[in-house]
Design a protein around this ligand. Structure first.
Ligand code: DGP
Length: 230
């Protein structure tokens, strides 16, 4: 029998600000490298592209933008990198992604605007490559405060972070908590968190034969099959 082709795993790390996400992403990358696995790190927003530069300026409050427009730019930033992520995965490289579409929904829906519902926020990211596993670093507001509080960028305040966390909880339920989405207690020491992340990614890091899926493609199918489209 011909050997089935393995692709790299698509691993997403999400979390609130001050959850230790950047540290954990680096530790996970190092562990993959030490294990001899081909790995590529991707960070969203990618502030280096022309779209990313607009996002960077907005996050630093150097510029203002309509909430809907900036939401679509965050999504466009993911779409512009999607082909190269797919290419890496098909070449057998594990892709570790620091934030993804889930942040897109969480941070925008947390603005609580009547014209930016959960569904509206999710829409532009439907059909992006779907992660094999998403690890959500869950930090308590007390721990975040203990870690030196939030930074100076837009969204980095306790009230916003609390609303963001609620949206993340809903996303976790929708994606399937305990299957493709795992909430990880990020209040613990960084070594303990790193150990749990490493354990969680074990079924995937050596590559997978599973075809790459698209985000919420089943949901879209339900929409397409509905009588609204006849
Ligand atoms: P980071 O570089 O990980 O600190 O993320 C920058 C900030 O941008 C952080 O507060 C989360 C927020 N963010 C990340 N992705 C999105 C997105 O797609 N939409 C919105 N509105 N905010 C996002």
């Amino acid at each position: 029998m011909p050997e089935r082709k393995q692709r790299g795993a698509f691993i997403v790390i999400e979390g609130l600000d001050r959850s230790g996400k950047s540290t954990q992403v680096s530790l996970l990358e190092k562990r993959c490298k030490d294990a001899g696995l081909p790995v590529r790190l991707v960070k969203f927003p990618d502030r280096t592209t022309p779209i990313g530069k607009l996002i960077d300026s907005y996050l630093r409050s150097d510029s203002e933008m309509d909430d809907h427009a900036i939401h679509l730019l965050f999504s466009a930033n993911r779409w512009e990198l999607a082909p190269s992520i797919i290419e890496s995965l098909n070449a057998g490289t594990t892709v570790i992604c620091d934030r993804y579409a889930f942040s897109g929904i969480a941070f925008s829906a947390a603005k609580n605007k009547p014209t930016m519902s959960y569904e509206w926020c999710r829409a532009p990211d439907i059909y992006l490559p779907a992660p094999d596993i998403t690890l959500f670093l869950d930090v308590s507001p007390e721990k975040a405060r203990e870690r030196g509080g939030y930074g100076a960028e837009r969204y980095e305040n306790a009230e916003m972070q609390e609303r963001v966390e609620h949206v993340f909880e809903r996303i976790g339920v929708e994606i399937g908590d305990g299957s493709r989405w795992f909430a990880v207690d990020a209040d613990r020491e960084k070594e303990a968190v790193a150990e749990e992340l490493w354990e969680r990614v074990q079924p995937y890091v050596k590559g997978t034969e599973k075809p790459l899926q698209r985000l919420w493609e089943d949901l879209d199918e339900r929409v397409r099959n509905s009588h609204l489209y006849i």
